[in-house]
Design a protein around this ligand. Structure first.
Ligand SMILES: *Cc1c(COP(=O)(O)O)cnc(C)c1O
Length: 541
């Protein structure tokens, strides 16, 4: 095995570096590779999926009854009239089949708790799951938007005061949300080349990479979370947002990779900055918000300024479905900024959207996102596929009906016991319980771990004589363990990101033991190089 060229690898994004690590880790056929580099969860929500398949069977009955039996396999559209009664019969006939009682409960929830028409709901769901019409309205199906909106309210706003309404655009996951947003923000002159944007660091790497592309050429300014303050942003860092040169603030909350949510104090402080900076654009990616209790998004705190991105991928174990939403408040700075653009830009945008509306100047930013997502001219066939919207609605209803949040509690138990197994085997106690920790990932920071176990001199030696990625390569080559480098996400210290979502508890124990072994090897090297006699067997609390 040839040693990888460390300097060449240093320029790779963490996701590309991961591929190199996987090559090394899987080079020994007799050994099982343990890939904790992936954010893809190894669990999934079963009940709303059962609901999806049973709804599909009901919708097929609807389709086949509307064209009295044609053996060639031709069905028709479902019929609105009497659909509720026919569903009740179906639900009673198959009451014992998994998913059916969930569906029946969902129909009553929609009718009794949300005050919507059960018949309209069933019709939208049947038409949607049969996928026999283009998505209309294109931004999101009507009742689907109301129901998913309730889910977003519950999980992202909670009991926080919130005035007014917001719109949703259903998209193909957080990935599409990001692509569409960057594109429309540029097309509508909300940001232009040379503008400065602040990034809450460390951050999901594409947020660093996309603005640097030739398409955008934005200037990046870091707002650094402090590892010594449990990865919170200090007021001093947040004060950088007071500079009017900063046009936008992009953040992931709870963060990736440290996996902590912004503290209440920081949220309040940021909200007070926004009072002074009413023009600031905020984009908050709250994909991990649902793993926290009583989560409050910046979207709840500063609704006028904030674009919310949410994905169903992680929480429901549904990365293959490609489900996400973009939310904007009906009263927002994006629409205001577009209306206040210089004449030339307004004229250009008037022309851009003139083919899809008689009043292009009044087209809301969120509807521009929809149009731009299909290069404007294909706006009439825009929108997320309707079966995707149906599954999104069932995920949302599952969470809304789940009181008192037993799915969330199960999810948290799963992740926390994996974390405990990992740290137990490394032999170092994790940080004391942090109420803001979400623990979807954990960052193994060389300075923190080495300092805790051996001391500052050891840390100094490691930082000066070991390439940051060398440790990750050793873990991959010697133990078949793959972690992602924290550096690639913009952490200041060398570190490894362990996803706690995608392996089983015994695997995390094995990873912990491999890290312990590597650690002891480096203590031996340190002792040999410096003549020190550090005890590698110390276990620190
Ligand atoms: C996983 C992830 C995404 C991508 O989500 P998809 O919905 O699967 O496209 C976006 N943002 C963050 C912070 C993520 O961790």
């Amino acid at each position: 095995m040839t040693k990888p060229d460390m300097s060449k690898l240093a320029s790779l994004s963490p996701f590309e570096l991961k591929d190199e690590l996987i090559k090394l880790a899987s080079s020994d056929a007799d050994r099982l590779m343990l890939n904790a580099g992936r954010g893809n969860p190894n669990f999934l929500a079963t009940i709303p999926r059962h609901g999806f398949w049973q709804l599909g069977l009901f919708a097929m009955r609807e389709s086949e009854r509307s064209f009295s039996y044609m053996p060639e396999g031709v069905g028709g559209f479902p019929r609105r009239e009497g659909i509720e009664e026919r569903f009740d019969l179906f639900a009673r006939e198959y009451a014992d089949v998994p998913g059916v009682s969930f569906l029946a409960g969902a129909v009553s929830y929609v009718r009794d708790q949300l005050g919507l028409s059960a018949g309209d709901f069933l019709y939208e769901m049947c038409e949607g799951i049969l996928a026999c019409n283009y998505p209309v309205p294109d931004r999101m199906l009507k009742l689907s938007e109301v129901i998913v909106g309730q889910y977003i309210r519950k999980e992202m706003i909670g009991s926080h005061p919130f005035i007014g309404e917001f719109d949703l655009f259903a998209v193909e996951g957080g990935t599409a949300a990001m692509t569409y947003l960057f594109n429309s923000i540029r097309e509508n002159h909300l940001l232009k080349a040379g503008d400065t944007i602040a990034l809450g660091m460390p951050i999901f790497t594409p947020y660093i990479e996309i603005p640097e592309l030739n398409d955008f050429k934005l200037v990046e300014l870091s707002i650094d979370a402090d590892p010594n303050e449990r990865w919170q942003y200090s007021n001093k860092e947040l004060d950088k947002l007071r500079d009017p040169k900063v046009k936008a603030f992009f953040l992931v909350n709870p963060s990736n990779p440290p996996s902590v949510r912004m503290s209440d104090e920081s949220l309040e402080y940021l909200a007070s900055i926004i009072e002074e900076r009413p023009d600031l654009i905020i984009l908050t990616d709250d994909v991990y918000g649902t793993f926290a209790d009583n989560f409050v998004s910046l979207f709840a705190m500063c609704p006028k300024n904030t674009i919310l991105v949410y994905s169903f991928s992680k929480y429901f174990g549904a990365t293959g479905w490609r489900l996400g939403v973009i939310a904007t408040h009906r009263d927002n700075v994006f629409d205001e900024k577009i209306a206040a653009l210089p004449d030339a830009a307004r004229k250009e945008l008037h022309e851009r959207y003139t083919s899809i509306t008689t009043e292009p100047d009044k087209l809301k930013f969120i509807d521009r996102l929809v149009a731009d997502s299909r290069t404007v001219a294909l706006n009439h066939t825009a929108g997320l596929s309707t079966p995707q919207q149906v599954q999104m609605v069932l995920f949302s209803l599952f969470s809304l009906m789940d009181t008192p949040d037993s799915y969330k509690a199960a999810m948290k138990r799963l992740i926390r016991s994996r974390k405990a197994a990992l740290y137990r085997e490394i032999g170092i106690a994790p940080e004391a319980d942090d109420p803001n920790a979400v623990d979807y990932y954990t960052l193994l920071d060389i300075e923190a771990l080495g300092g805790k176990a051996i001391g500052p001199d050891f840390v100094k030696w490691v930082l000066s004589s070991v390439e940051p990625n060398e440790l990750l390569f050793h873990l991959a080559e010697d133990a078949g363990v793959v972690l992602l480098p924290g550096r690639g996400f913009g952490t200041r210290h060398p570190s490894g990101r362990v996803s706690l979502a995608n392996l089983n508890e015994s695997d995390y124990a094995k990873i912990g033991r491999s890290i312990r072994k590597l650690f002891e090897e480096y203590v031996d090297k340190y002792n040999a190089a410096t003549g020190n006699k550090a005890n590698k067997h110390v276990v620190k609390k």
